[in-house]
Design a protein around this ligand. Structure first.
Ligand SMILES: Nc1ncnc2c1ncn2[C@@H]1O[C@H](COP(=O)(O)OP(=O)(O)O)[C@@H](O)[C@H]1O
Ligand SMILES: [Mg+2]
Length: 267
C-alpha cells in the first residue's frame, strides 16, 4: 500500500505567558493507506498534540506534515477528528440531520443526502435511529453517531482522540467490534489515540509509543484477527509493549531536557 501520511520532524511548542511547553518534539513517521495505527503513551506525552497537528488545528514550530504528498496547512474534510467527549453532535438536530449537515459542507453534487445519511447510520449499527436527538442516546450510541458523521464526508484519515475513553467496558467491546467492521468495509485509514494498551493491541496494525513528547518506538502488531486477550501470543505481545513503556519513566520533560530541546528550536 502507498504512503498516505508523512510526518517529518514535527515540533509543536505551546507558549503560555513566558513559559514554553513542548507538545511534541521532532516526531517523524509514515502511515500507509488503509492502516489502523494506535498512538499510546501516558497522559501529557503529546498524543492529542500530535493529532491536532495532523488535523491542521495547530501551527507547528518545525517540520512538516504531508497527506498524499500535499502539505497540511489547515483543517480540511480529508482529515476528520472524533473526540473523547460524548457531546460532539449538534443537540438541536436529529442524528440524520447532524450527518446531512456535515455532508452538505463538502457536497460535490452527489445529493441524495437522506439515503446517504441512512447508509452511514447503518454502517455504525444505528439503523432506525435517524430521527432521534443526541440527548435520547446512550454514550456509546453518541460515539457511533459521531463516527457516522465523520465517515459521511469520506475523509482519507479518521483521527480518533480517545473516542471510547468515557465508555464502560461492555460498551467499549461493542464499539471496538463496530469500528473494526467499519474499517474493513470502508478501507479508511485510522489514527487512534489511547492510553489503554489492550485497546491499542486489540485494534491496530501498528503502535506508535510516545513518551515526553517524543516518538520512542513503532511496533508492528502482527497478531491475527480476531484477537483474543487470553491467547498466549496476545499476552506476550502486550508484555513486550508494556515493558517498553515502563522503561520510559515519567511523562514530562524535565527542565534540563526542556532547555536542551528549546535550544534546538528555531523560532
Ligand atoms: N493548549 C495548550 N497550551 C499549553 N500547553 C499545552 C496545551 N495543550 C497541551 N499542552 C501541553 O503539552 C503537553 C502534551 O499535551 P497533550 O498533547 O494534551 O498530551 P496527551 O494527549 O498525551 O495527554 C503537556 O505538557 C500539556 O500540558
Ligand atoms: Mg490527550
Amino acid at each position: 500500500m502507498k504512503t498516505l501520511l508523512t510526518v517529518s520532524n514535527v515540533t509543536k511548542v505551546y507558549e503560555t505567558g513566558k513559559r514554553k511547553v513542548i507538545g511534541v518534539h521532532n516526531v517523524s513517521f509514515d502511515i500507509r493507506q488503509g492502516e489502523f495505527v494506535s498512538v499510546i503513551g501516558p497522559s501529557g506525552c503529546g498524543k492529542s498534540t500530535l493529532l491536532r497537528c495532523i488535523a491542521g488545528f495547530e501551527r507547528i514550530n518545525g517540520g512538516s506534515i504531508h497527506l498524499n504528498g500535499r502539505k497540511v496547512k489547515r483543517p480540511e474534510p480529508n482529515r476528520f477528528m472524533v473526540f473523547q467527549g460524548l457531546d460532539q453532535l449538534f443537540p438541536w438536530l436529529t442524528l440524520k440531520e447532524n450527518i446531512i449537515f456535515a455532508m452538505r459542507v463538502v457536497d460535490k453534487g452527489q445529493g441524495n443526502f437522506g439515503e446517504r445519511a441512512e447508509h452511514y447510520l447503518e454502517l455504525v449499527g444505528l439503523q432506525g435511529f435517524g430521527d432521534f436527538y443526541p440527548y435520547q442516546l446512550s454514550g456509546g450510541m453518541k460515539q457511533r453517531a459521531s463516527i457516522a458523521r465523520a465517515l459521511s464526508v469520506k475523509p482519507q484519515l479518521l483521527l480518533m482522540d480517545e473516542p471510547f475513553g468515557s465508555l464502560d467496558a461492555f460498551t467499549r467491546r461493542a464499539v471496538h467490534e463496530m469500528l473494526l467492521q467499519v474499517w474493513k468495509k470502508t478501507g479508511v485509514t485510522i489514527i487512534f489515540v489511547t492510553h489503554d494498551l489492550e485497546e491499542a493491541v486489540d485494534l491496530s496494525d501498528k503502535i506508535l509509543i510516545f513518551s515526553k513528547g517524543r516518538l520512542k518506538g513503532q511496533i508492528d502488531n502482527k497478531l491475527s484477527r480476531p484477537r483474543e486477550r487470553v491467547d498466549s501470543s496476545y499476552r506476550s505481545f502486550l508484555l513486550k509493549i508494556s515493558g517498553f513503556l515502563d522503561s520510559e519513566g515519567s511523562d514530562s520533560l524535565d527542565s534540563k531536557e526542556l532547555s536542551a530541546a528549546e535550544a534546538k528550536l528555531a523560532f
